[in-house]
Ligand binder design. Sequence first.
Ligand code: NAD
Length: 304
Amino acid sequence: MSTDTSPLLLDGRALAAEVRSEFAAEVQSMIEGGRRPRLVVLQVGRNEAAQAYIRGQKRGAESWDLEFHLETLPADASDATVRKALRAFNADKRVSGILLSLPLPAGLGTRTLQREIHPSKDVEGVHPENLGGLLWARYGLLPCTALAALALVDQSGIDLQGKEAVVVGHSEIVGKPASLLLLARNATVTVCHKFTADLAAHTRRADVLIVAVGKAGLITADMVKQGAVVIDVGINAVPSDEGPGRMRLVGDVAYDEVAPKCAAITPVPGGVGPVTVAMLMRNTVLAARGMPPLDDPGQLPLFA
Ligand code: NAD
């Protein structure tokens, strides 16, 4: 690990390509056996903000040689209609993984519908059974962004056991699962959120800092310990210098001032984002393979 003023850049695109190549031979043999893994994305109506994610999922599936199918139900579809569609995908043997695109139109029950996805096809790791597997530190389909954050921490070379890990953000999709993955590696974990009284007092202790908030510039240099590993999950569009109305993407970490203090840091874009997509594809291949029972003893594998 680098400890001087030039940090190790944790390249998400390179890691995503590595994850893909770990699975390439298996995908190829599934295809040759007539069982190409198939990812189904179900959207209800057409939420504009979700379209960029869906395009990324489609591109990811194509680059992994997986089949991708986008199913769109009308925006006024009832709970019963969405449930019926999910049940049909659960029953369809050709479908390996199902992703319910969020947000759903107002009036639909997100949790109730996520529960309808069979746990063995729940490639986003949002079903309570898979979230329970995370608590048990057992093999399962785990939330993609949290997996991506941990895989990037691993790229830094740090041994998490006994280290201070601080997670900023406690959402169900990122902060909470990331903190459980860090605990599974025996880090001492602190989870901060919008009600945390003195955020900097916590972040300054972090050997590993994972930030998933959605506020550009939240983490400044004075909040980071020298030599920390920093994983920036945030995605924020801010005005670009390239002209009026032009936007660019940044994370939650004030990169230019924080990076010189870090042993390793992720860029935005090109950090957590591409690895999240790779983890979704990995989960789709694992689902196509068939998941072992949760009682299987053993470590929590990232790439197995
Ligand atoms: P969320 O809105 O569900 O949760 C935000 C969290 O930040 C909450 O826990 C909240 O308590 C906390 N928070 C808000 N203000 C805070 C403050 N001032 N100090 C400390 N904590 C504060 O968001 P989310 O879905 O977890 O996403 C977080 C960010 O990560 C967003 O920018 C999102 O776009 C991004 N994201 C990126 C990926 C990826 O693949 N790169 C995936 C998912 C989310």
